[in-house]
Design a protein. Structure first.
Length: 81
């Protein structure tokens, strides 16, 4: 399994304890995805960021619901290669 997270680079200048909002999933559990495909859109400090698939595979589980918040390093979904 591969954990899907919001890229660490987008958290670089963000205060510790700040949370992001998962605006929208563009996939659902069971979907097959390609490497680099946009999986979700998240908002962090009033800026939208796309969440990409790190590899091709199948989305096994979405762990954060749309409109829920999450912190740095949180696993958003699980991907099975």
């Amino acid at each position: 399994m591969t954990d899907i997270i919001l890229d660490d680079a987008v958290w670089a200048d963000v205060d510790e304890g700040t949370e992001a909002l998962l605006q929208e999933w563009q996939v659902k559990e069971g979907d097959r995805v390609e490497a680099g495909q946009v999986l979700a859109v998240a908002e962090l400090v009033k800026t939208s960021h796309e969440v990409f698939a790190p590899a091709a595979g199948r989305i096994v589980r979405l762990k954060v619901a749309e409109q829920d918040t999450f912190g740095r390093g949180a696993v958003l979904a699980e991907l099975e290669a």
